[in-house]
Design a protein around this ligand. Sequence first.
Ligand SMILES: [Zn+2]
Ligand SMILES: [Zn+2]
Length: 358
Amino acid sequence: MGTAQRKRLRTIPEKPDLFDQLPDELVLHILSKLSSSASRPSDFINIVITCKRLKKFALDPFVLSKAGVKTFAMKAERWSDPAHQFLKQCVNAGNREALYTLGMIRFYCLQNRGSGASLMAKAAIKSHALALYSLAVIQFNGSGGSKNDKNLRAGVALCARAAVLGHIDALRELGHCLQDGYGVPRNIVQGRRFLVQANAKELALSLRSMLTWKPQQKHVEEQQNLHYACTVRGPAITGCPLLSDFGCNVPAREAHPVNGFLKEWFESRRGVLDHGLRLCSHGSCGRPETRPHEFRRCSVCGAVNYCSRGCQALDWKLRHQVECIPAEQWQGILEDGGDHGFGGMVEIEEGEDVALVE
Ligand SMILES: [Zn+2]
Ligand SMILES: [Zn+2]
């Protein structure tokens, strides 16, 4: 309600302003519901700027602690000191999504590695699956340091915690680590089991999304973390949702808004990548290298590079398998009946270790 409108209401004695009579607790409760279910930052900001009373309650730590992931889904071009301050206020209120979002922005965009990693660690302590997985990616790559700062065991431990919380990419990464003996004693059978579990979860989510996906029911704060860690994109399913590691088509999963922020940040040149540094080639990731040749390259073409096996596997399915394999190889696949393992994934996985350019 605008100030002018409220002033007009006050001039009519027989019609008191009902809004002013609402108990504080009720206003706080309504605003906390709004902040947790906002579908874009402006949904919430427009309330804050409406009147003094709403501003006071909207910035109450109780309301800020409930703010949902899309309340922070700001555009990189709109990044400003007030936006930073707002995220900090939400962080101070203990909001897990704000901890993760500001952590990623500080680590990758503002190059404040220590503070960024610390914020993500605080989100991870609060069982934020994406924060655990992002910290694992940082440990596997030694991001922010030299290649000697890679800590594979820490990466595996973080992946395991994220996997327990239901993060599919973390479960898949864990399976590959066990199969390859990467940061953990080699156990091919257990690794295979994790990969099958990751595919089964992906299949279950695809089927569920096809049958029941309703975006408006996904606004509960507790669900948001896993929503972005796991769910597939949108209600419209194209193709057949089947096991992706076995070469079948699974719809793309929805990326967390902060990944879009990172991508925009560097692509719009708001943030400048140092010479020789590249973004992860998976279109929905946005993570940049923090030193030259940090990310692994595709061994077949050498033209793309990835922050993680999860990004490599997703990009392979969505885009790169068509671009990567030379035409003569396609001819060979067609002629010998396509017996090349799991729909081309083996081609890229086999070469991963030799593809590391360090
Ligand atoms: Zn990536
Ligand atoms: Zn390639």
